[in-house]
Design a protein around this ligand. Sequence first.
Ligand code: URA
Length: 393
Amino acid sequence: MTPKKPSDTDQPADSHRKKTARPAPTPPSSGSIFKKKPSAKTTSESGPDFASGRTGRKKNFAGKTSSRKGESSGDDDFLPAKEGRRAYNKLKTEQTGTYDEPRKKPLKTKRPAGLPPKRIDKNSPEKAEFTAKTISDTDDSYRLNKYIANSGVCSRREADTLIAEGKVAINGTVVTELGTKVSRKDVVTVDGATVNPVDFVYILLNKPKNYITTTDDEKGRNTVMDLVEDGTGHRLYPVGRLDRQTTGLLLLTNDGDLAHRLMHPKYKVRKVYEIMTPEPVSDEQLRTLAAGVTLEDGPAIPHRVQRVPGSETVIQVTVLEGRNHLVRRMMEAIGYPSIELARITYGGLHIRGLRNGRWRYLRPNEVNDLRKLVKLFNLDMKESDSKYKRGKR
Ligand code: URA
């Protein structure tokens, strides 16, 4: 399936915030993503606002609280490093008398059956056996419901229903047995239309500056595709768009349904941008921004505005829509150019741990969390596939 090519904007204008979903309390990040820090001075004025409402939740500059279902929001988005969490808790204790419990280490779980031992001699028969098993399972014989689901038609369960209803045929013969196996050489039709399974690929790229978010540039400039395509061997498309000088999180995929929905304003996918300004931004200006600004293509109301503790000139703005140069224009509307702009989160995914210019595969649980966020069924991806386990390049 060919994903819709992203247009100039990754989402059309949609700035009403009446039904804005409300994220869980978001601990401020423990520092800016930007290496260059024009001002490291922290004043009480520039510190994060921990004023809590009835629920004990943190208020943003518009005095609103937030939490969001289905999106790993709040804590997940800004999960601070150990030191950051300590500093955050200290600050929070000073201001509210409470602090967040440290995260408990997950209990060690037993290695699932079926996986090879962790240390294995690469020439041993055990290794050969495991490799052979993996290949035969992924290569040829699919269960029919999986074949249909991987074609993007519906979920596996829905495929079972279609099979039972006699709507599925293999090589022209209707099959109603649920466990039927099928290979790539077979022609499978659903309601008379041929379906083909696709190997969906999902990439998270930390976009560097001076790369254009496009699949093709007629002037021959560097594009984000140059950074990923050779490595994946798949034709991918960027989900939305980052300006040439914007850095940070960019998704690329050939899963058209997912890309389309992530860009659609209806799903209100959260994007957090970090902005460095040449001078400190006053609280008043941040409140003005949080209340919404008027741009030439209509009003723009951020979902959230907050400072990055430890820096007077770096702020974070969360938006639920995508328009051309939206964040830069919002900042200009309150009188500040953005000297650095980076997207640090997208739909609960974070750029943390990925160096500038590098990319990784999304893990199956990350893909399914994204799909869940935009109301798509889960894909059946193999967690044991090494590329997912390590997010390998
Ligand atoms: N807003 C901008 O101004 N630029 C981007 O690249 C993304 C959002």
